[in-house]
Design a protein around this ligand. Structure first.
Ligand code: 6PG
Length: 254
């Protein structure tokens, strides 16, 4: 029997671009648009950066916007961090410092690094208090609807569907009240520090950046299969915009 191939109706939150250069340009445009809107609406732009390789070139391209970006009103956070010091090759902060913070006029006071050198549990606690202070939140337990709203959260996706440091089967998948937690990742045999789903889903906008043929299988899986088996499938901003920018190589099986 001929295989019943149903062309997936691409959801309106999926933007497929030709290649990684187009992805970098589209991502920078999206960041600039979000920054302008946020500053117009409430005078500042809060962005949480993702780590890994894909966003590296996006940050480098953004840094080229010397005078064409509101650096002084932009506040940089990290959606996750590895349990390493800031000068370690695996540090997300180190990567962003190399390609962005060391090249653009970002005020040091506008950079909120995860103090991962404290150890994951302490660093997560400390980062949660930094986020709460930035958004002027009390230390009390947050109820749904009280979570702070980052204007933009950038995310990537691993080849097993993880995002930030929310990996399938990891303890943080079940977190519903904290903003930032430490998370043991079995497959990496290491602890990570990560934003939680409630915090991610409170964002004004979540922007996924996914590129390369190596992601084609997982992209097909997460867009074609129903349910929330994969962490990325649990990212649905409650009152914000969701946008996936994916290059053709990663979208080739859709
Ligand atoms: C990290 C990231 C992680 C990343 C994915 C995809 O700290 O590694 O936050 O969630 O986005 O692993 O990484 P690539 O973009 O390098 O494939």
């Amino acid at each position: 029997m001929a295989e019943n191939i149903t062309r997936l109706r691409k959801p309106d939150y999926l933007m497929v671009v030709t290649d990684v250069n187009a992805l970098n340009r589209a991502a920078v445009d999206e960041i600039k648009t979000a920054a302008e809107a946020a500053i117009r609406e409430h005078g500042r732009f809060s962005i949480a950066l993702s780590g890994g390789n894909t966003p590296r070139a996006v940050y480098a391209l953004l840094a080229e916007n010397k005078d064409d970006f509101p650096w002084a009103k932009t506040f940089f956070f990290f959606g996750d961090e590895r349990s390493v010091p800031p000068d370690h090759p695996d540090s997300n902060y180190r990567m962003v410092h190399e390609v962005l913070f060391s090249r653009a006029p970002v005020p040091a006071a506008n950079i909120f690094r995860v103090s991962a050198e404290l150890g994951a549990a302490k660093a997560a606690e400390q980062y949660e208090s930094v986020v709460r202070e930035f958004f002027k939140l009390p230390p009390a337990k947050l109820q749904p609807g009280q979570f702070p709203r980052f204007d933009l959260i950038l995310l990537g996706m691993g080849d097993e569907g993880h995002t930030a440091s929310l990996f399938p089967g990891s303890p943080a998948m079940a977190e519903t009240s904290r903003l930032v937690v430490s998370n043991w990742v079995e497959k990496l045999n290491s602890d990570r520090i990560t934003f939680t789903f409630p915090l991610i889903n409170s964002a004004g906008e979540v922007l996924f950046l996914v590129a390369g043929a190596g992601k084609a299988e997982i992209v097909k899986e997460v867009f074609v299969t129903e349910g929330e088996n994969y962490p990325v499938q649990r990212v649905h901003p409650l009152h914000g915009r969701l946008l996936w920018i994916v290059d053709q190589a990663a979208a080739s099986l859709l």
